[in-house]
Write a protein that binds this ligand. Structure first.
Ligand code: ADP
Length: 267
């Protein structure tokens, strides 16, 4: 069973409303020194979950937002020029291996395949990081954990992890929260009342039903939190929903108006 969670963020533990047994699974993966892959659409809580787990396990968190220019040196480290000579500077992956902690590679499929190959000896039972440039071979301590995430949505059809990379991870799939849980997230994140949370979640769900037909991207939990935050700050609900939920999803004037009709039917 998952331990009860605070209804609000504390300094130590970022607020996270669990969907199922993901907290227990993460703890087992950590204890058994297994790397974890989290799949799911953008804004559904992957990063928050990792931050929550790092705090829960008392681990420093090293996060890397991956992109297509990310090189192995960006992860591992490089020599920098300093005072006429060069000094070695650890990258975030090396820092986590050297000192322990959780290394989180967000949107790992964005990184070039030759970059993700540096993860291989770390992500199997060798748990080592060879650093060619310094001649070191670091052994990962027990409190090192590698976590990667990506969004397997339509835009990544051409991008996926090499089978030799993904088969080194235990994997979890995330999705947008069920209505009641998403309402609890909005209440916890934006301090709004339950009735407002219910209306916003209703709009989010109506927008999600339009996926692929009228919308390429759907309203994420993140955008619902933005809308809730703006309303809580005093913005009128229609204006808040337009700014946080509608305009970010579409550039097409007709679609924007159609979405605003759904909003207007709710408020
Ligand atoms: P992802 O990494 O999947 O793109 P995030 O973890 O950044 O998404 O989530 C976006 C926002 O949605 C968070 O900042 C948080 O406000 C909210 N959120 C989503 N899921 C949860 C959850 N289960 N518990 C608490 N907040 C959540």
């Amino acid at each position: 069973m998952n331990a009860p969670l605070p209804s609000q963020a504390t300094a130590e533990l970022p607020f996270y409303a669990p969907a199922g047994n993901e907290i227990t699974l993460f703890e087992h993966a950590f204890k058994n020194r297994l790397p974890l892959l989290i799949k799911g659409p953008t804004g559904c809580g992957k990063t928050r979950f990792v931050a929550h787990m790092a705090a829960r396990l008392g681990l420093p968190l090293h996060t890397v937002a991956c992109h297509d220019d990310l090189t192995a040196a960006d992860l591992v480290g490089r020599h920098l020029i300093e005072g006429g000579g060069t000094v070695w500077c650890d990258g975030p992956l090396t820092r986590a291996v050297r000192h322990g902690g959780l290394c989180y590679l967000d949107e790992v499929v964005e990184a070039r395949k030759d970059t993700t190959v540096v993860l291989h000896p770390l992500a199997d039972d060798r748990r080592i990081l060879p650093i060619d440039r310094t001649g070191e071979v670091l052994e990962a301590p027990d409190d090192f954990m590698l976590v990667v995430s990506y969004n397997p949505g339509y835009q990544n059809l051409m991008k996926s992890l090499k089978p030799s990379t993904r088969q080194r991870f235990v994997a979890l799939t995330f999705d947008f929260p069920a209505a009641e849980r998403e309402e609890a997230i909005l209440v916890g994140e934006a301090d709004i009342d339950r009735d407002l949370a219910r209306r916003l979640v209703g709009i989010g769900r109506a927008f999600r039903a339009l996926k692929d037909r009228d919308l390429e991207e759907v309203a994420s939990t993140r955008l619902l939190v933005y809308a809730a935050t703006l309303i809580h700050a005093g913005l009128e609900p229609l204006a808040a929903c337009r700014a946080a939920l509608v305009e970010p999803l579409s550039d097409d004037a007709e679609t924007v108006e159609a979405l605003m009709e759904i909003v207007a039917a709710t408020f």
